[in-house]
Design a protein around this ligand. Sequence first.
Ligand SMILES: N[C@@H](CCC(=O)N[C@@H](CS)C(=O)NCC(=O)O)C(=O)O
Length: 264
Amino acid sequence: MTPTFPKLTLYRADGSCALVPHMILRELGIPFTDVVMDFSPTTGLLQSVDGTLDFAAYQKIHPSGLVPALRIVENSSGNDDDDAEEGKSIVLTENPAIQMYIASLVPSSPIAGSTLLQRAQVLSWLNFLSGSVHGQGYGALWRPGRYIDVQSFPGSKEAVEAAGRRSIEKYYNMIETRLKDDAGAGGVRYALDDDRGGGDEHQQPTLVDFYLYLFFRWGNKIGIDAMKERFPNFTGIARAVEARESVKVVLAEEKAAFQFASSA
Ligand SMILES: N[C@@H](CCC(=O)N[C@@H](CS)C(=O)NCC(=O)O)C(=O)O
């Protein structure tokens, strides 16, 4: 029997952090529609590519005007033509929550961790990646105005951007150390791998790996030096994620370049 899923609409922008829920939806084979957003050339704020949502309209969906957002209609038949009464529409924001919700739609999947401890480890990683790496690092580098009124304080833009870049460097070193420490001698294929178990039960990616893949891409984008040499475990995970069929589909949909020649 085909599982019935809530009706889902993902608000996303190509190459943004919404890449992560996009990959997870495809990985789990969950049907959804998407509303593609991009930045207005005049205001620099998000609007929908099809012209139906300007920033003010989008703020009614996501009050901070950011992507991703996931609209969920539970008790939906999933069929737009159906007259059956639909459930209430709820919009979920914040990447970790969206990822966890999507994972919960396929409870048999190990993608959010298979044990309570693994689930907690996944949450620990997601909070770190969202709050520290994205919020503190990339938030400061790409959106210094989130931290200070850059118009009112001369030099503050450059100072906050530099602090963002320093944070990113620091956190990428922490990511590599954490992966190495968790891996034991055998190295990792995925973040929650544990070669001490001797089995292949963790040879499945979790949400963490898809999120790490985003930050590997962004690290290349901002020209972090010698990513592959300095962060071999991080790189190995990114390579394994990119080789997945679901991810190749998503990269084509987002018109995004492959990071590894062998994945294409
Ligand atoms: N804490 C939010 C951050 C979302 C976020 O910063 N999204 C970026 C794209 S990667 C965005 O929408 N930026 C638009 C802007 O800053 O105007 C989350 O994790 O979902």
